[in-house]
Design a binder for this molecule. Structure first.
Ligand SMILES: Cc1cc2nc3c(=O)[nH]c(=O)nc-3n(C[C@H](O)[C@H](O)[C@H](O)COP(=O)(O)OP(=O)(O)OC[C@H]3O[C@@H](n4cnc5c(N)ncnc54)[C@H](O)[C@@H]3O)c2cc1C
Length: 525
């Protein structure tokens, strides 16, 4: 097997080999990967730019906190940066690949114990390697009546997704909101318990998240200030009843009215879950491919979109929500929801029995009750050899904003020769607008245009006051640059924290645009 050609920045081949030897001494030879073939799993398979820009030099998989501390000591000593992943499946945002080429990936997948399930207080405590499938299967096995909330890919991690502030679809869809208690290892090896966990023997470590004094948990998410090694996550008790539904709307601009109708329903908890308003192309992509309908250049013509709509019996926009609770409560809530959405001309209403056997309804019905699955990966068949990147600006639950963001994304997508494909995931006071840009992985021209489109979107969106909540590695700096109020005061605070907690800059350089002091000021490729 060939050794990977990439080295950590400013480290010689001989020093690197020695470092690998030291790492093998800590975790065992089987858990240090540096051969090219064994590093394939740490590449970004949806890469838009050259893979070599985001190539790891090696990966190391420790089995516990003590091994992490020893790996950190080697990294500090040899000035080798580590890129931290839990399950490492952050596809569409860079997967397990590092922002800076040459980092060693610190892969925490071996730390995969479910340390506690507390049925009475409805929470679990997990290590980084626990996937949604793992936690769900475990709860089933022990007969628990607790639900998880998962992102669409069931192979993703409870911790990894939460650390990147991902979302799911039950009432617990805003993942970070349900985090309670965290154990973090700092760059110098210090282990910290946050919140109530700061008190030895705390009886409320996973039931009250704030402890006393500054609450630091958020600081470790989407960041490079520490390595989370344990997490409390609160779980939803199974409700007495569950009824998923779909409402379809026929016109492109309906998303504005739909969003305004949604706001009071959401604020008043008639719609308790992180429901989704899904645009036609995304809805269709789970069931059919683009090529089945169109082989020409540029975005899909309206006539083709209408044909897809008719064939699949869906709308230009498709709202997936769910009712939870006793039958009588669900019946009552449904009356209000139905009356409200019926104000949109052409709205149509469906329950599970009406959509039996349809992949889109089927997997969304599972997600809204926390059953992990992988069906959404079907969207990648929309294009041959398909991949996608997400442009994800936040929106208020406001019709004008939803419409404005949709028009902005659609018009720019068309300008660069792409379709608009996307959805709005409704949170408590916000919507995560995920504009999913599809491209073929082997089409260099498309990837070039995706890159240009993303950059144009970031700038145009920022000029209108729309900021992204999360992004792919390639756009972290540019998006960080748009959070520039008061001459970038927020980034300067981040940098001061970085310098204090990780003065040698060994943890995830460049994550969220936060670079160690030595790498600031010059544009990093
Ligand atoms: C078809 C498709 C559908 C998707 N649907 C969704 C969706 O519904 N919701 C959603 O949120 N995402 C979605 N994604 C994006 C992504 O694939 C998932 O969020 C996935 O769960 C993230 O990967 P992971 O859980 O393995 O996290 P990881 O890759 O392990 O971690 C993600 C990032 O979090 C940070 N991190 C991880 N662990 C630690 C740690 N221990 N300490 C400090 N920092 C850490 C790192 O920066 C890391 O890069 C989708 C992607 C695709 C391709």
């Amino acid at each position: 097997m060939t050794t990977a050609p990439v080295l950590p920045p400013e480290v010689s081949r001989a020093d690197f080999e020695q470092a690998l030897g030291e790492l093998r001494g800590v975790v065992g030879p089987a858990w240090v990967f540096h051969e090219e073939t064994r590093l394939l799993g740490y590449q970004d398979h949806f890469a838009i730019l050259e893979q070599s820009l985001r190539a790891p030099s090696a990966a190391v998989a420790p089995a516990g906190v003590e091994e992490i501390q020893r790996v950190l000591a080697i990294a500090r000593n040899r000035r080798i940066p580590l890129w931290v992943v839990s399950t490492g499946r952050n596809l569409a945002y860079g997967a397990a690949a590092p922002r800076k080429s040459g980092c060693i990936v610190l892969d925490l997948k071996r730390m995969n114990r479910i340390l506690e399930v507390n049925e009475k207080h409805a929470y679990a405590v997990v290590e980084p390697g626990v996937s949604y499938f793992d936690l769900y299967n475990h709860l089933q096995k022990i007969g628990s009546k607790l639900w998880i909330d998962c992102a669409a890919p069931g192979w993703g991690g409870v911790m990894g997704n939460l650390m990147d502030r991902g979302v799911g679809y039950t009432p617990y869809g805003e993942h970070f909101m349900w985090q309670c208690g965290m154990q973090v290892v700092l760059a110098d090896g210090t282990v910290v318990e946050t919140g109530m966990g700061g008190q030895p023997g705390s009886a409320a470590a996973h039931t009250y998240r704030y402890g006393r004094g500054p609450w630091v948990d958020g600081m470790f998410t989407q960041a490079n200030f520490g390595i989370a090694t344990r997490l409390g996550v609160q779980l939803m008790p199974e409700p007495p009843g569950y009824r998923p539904y779909l409402v379809t709307f026929p016109e492109e601009d309906d998303v504005g009215q739909v969003t305004d109708i949604l706001r009071p329903l959401k604020l008043n908890l008639l719609i308790p879950n992180a429901a989704v308003t899904v645009e036609l192309n995304l809805e269709a992509s789970v069931a059919v491919s683009r090529a089945q309908y169109f082989s020409g250049e540029g975005p899909l013509p309206d006539s083709v979109r209408r044909k897809i709509m008719a064939d699949l019996n869906v709308g230009m926009w498709n709202f997936y929500g769910a009712l939870y609770g006793p039958e009588r409560v669900m019946d009552n809530n449904w009356k209000v929801i139905e009356e409200s959405f019926a104000q949109v001309k052409g709205a149509r209403f469906f329950f599970e029995k009406d959509r039996a056997g349809e992949p889109a309804f089927g997997y969304r019905a599972k997600l809204m009750r926390g059953i992990p699955n992988m069906t959404e990966f079907g969207i990648l068949n929309w294009m041959p050899n398909g991949a996608h990147v997400g442009f994800s600006p936040m929106a208020a639950v406001d019709g004008r904003t939803a419409l404005a963001q949709y028009h902005l994304a659609r018009d720019l997508a068309h300008k660069y020769g792409f379709d608009y494909t996307g959805e709005y995931i409704v949170g408590w006071r916000d919507m995560h607008h995920v504009f999913v840009i599809f491209y073929s992985r082997d089409n260099a021209d498309q990837k070039k245009r995706v890159y240009e489109l993303m950059n144009a979107m970031i700038d145009d969106a920022a000029a209108r006051g729309y900021g992204e909540y999360r992004t792919h590695l390639d756009f972290m700096d540019r998006i960080a640059g748009t959070y520039n109020w008061n001459d970038g005061a927020l980034m300067r605070v981040n940098q001061r924290i970085k310098d204090a907690l990780d003065p040698l800059g060994i943890l995830a350089p460049g994550k969220s645009g936060i670079w160690p002091a030595a790498l600031r000021g010059t544009r990093q490729p």
